[in-house]
Design a binder for this molecule. Structure first.
Ligand code: SF4
Length: 327
């Protein structure tokens, strides 16, 4: 077992909105080891991006609030850190790549100015040293003629190249942990695979741990060791990637797997999950998946199923695994 780098324990995040309270993340617990790659998967609105932002302490408060739980990074609770300690943690130890690079990159500074800023603040490099390091980083992420692109602005890059710039910025201070939040979703499908391949090769080369957020279970198939599946704020399945793909234990995961396009199955034979994600302002009682589940029983409408071990290292939150469950 690799040494644990990140541990979430009962993380619960709530938003106090004018229309009422919304629990976006509900009692989520998982851990990621050194050098491990973890894919957090779920449909839009399931709470996976809020989980990532909570780790970085980027939940706007108000209206957001971490209501319960702990986020341990290297054994220290991130929630106990002050603003200066969090600034030191972000970038230097944990870095994040977002879905839309334009939201993280500043259009009025050149690429060199933006990346140098982090290098000079966090690593104390001189202006010349920082410029040299930026050239190395741009080359590392596959930007052609990096020396010539140093003084370009972000809008002069294509979508895929912007994502490479953001990755260079994230890697600039040699963080041990990378969070990638849907980093390929906004890209052209032909570029997606290249960026995905780049992220996984960087993780491998630099020996980092990765938390990869995606709505696409197919995307984590090649890039992650472990998988957590989220549905309507709850973690519903957790385990080794191979085990989850071979032997899914939650009906929602089964649905996600059946909806992945495969070369051996024609598009008309794909089975989308019935129904749509519940309204999180008024979630259903009991198991949040019960209105869409073909196996729903009475107990499913009454009780929220707990995440329990169904095979060594494999956990699922489903009443089908209760001893003596009715069918
Ligand atoms: Fe379906 Fe019940 Fe399991 Fe929920 S707890 S996934 S409704 S069988």
């Amino acid at each position: 077992m690799p040494e644990t780098v990140l541990e979430l324990d009962d993380l619960t995040v709530r938003f106090r909105l004018r229309r009422g309270d919304l629990t976006a993340v509900n009692g989520v617990s998982f851990s990621i080891g050194r050098g491990e790659t973890f894919g957090l998967v779920g449909e839009s609105g399931s709470g996976k991006s809020v989980t990532a932002r909570a780790i970085m302490r980027l939940i706007p408060d108000p209206p957001g609030e971490i209501q319960r739980g702990r986020i341990l990074f290297g054994g220290d609770n991130v929630l106990d850190k002050n603003a200066a300690e969090m600034r030191a943690l972000r970038g230097r130890h944990i870095a994040m790549v977002f879905q839309e690079p334009m939201s993280a990159l500043n259009p009025v500074f050149t690429v060199c100015e933006q990346i140098s800023d982090a290098l000079r603040t966090n690593l104390g490099l001189s202006k010349r040293e920082a410029r040299e390091r930026v050239v190395e980083l741009l080359a590392l992420v596959g930007i052609p003629s990096p020396q010539k692109r140093l003084d370009s602005y972000v809008h002069e890059f294509s979508g895929g190249m912007r994502q490479r710039v953001m990755l260079a910025m994230a890697l600039s201070c040699n963080p041990g942990f990378l969070i990638a939040d849907e980093p390929t979703t906004a890209l052209d499908v032909t570029i997606q695979a290249t960026i995905l391949e780049l992220i996984t090769s960087m993780i491998d080369k630099l020996g980092m741990s990765l938390l990869f957020i995606t709505h696409n279970l197919g995307v984590v198939a090649h890039s992650c060791d472990k998988i957590g599946v989220m549905y309507a704020s709850h973690l519903v399945e957790l385990g080794d990637k191979r085990e989850i793909f071979a032997n899914p234990q939650h009906p929602y995961t089964v649905g996600l797997l059946n909806s992945i396009p495969r070369l051996d199955i024609q598009a008309r034979h794909l089975t989308p999950i019935a129904g749509s994600v519940c309204n999180m302002m008024e979630p259903p009682s009991g198991c949040k998946f019960h209105p869409r589940c073909a196996h729903a029983m009475d107990v499913c409408r009454r009780e929220v199923p707990k995440l329990k071990e169904v095979a060594p290292g494999h956990h699922a939150a489903c009443h089908l695994h209760d001893r003596g469950a009715a069918t």
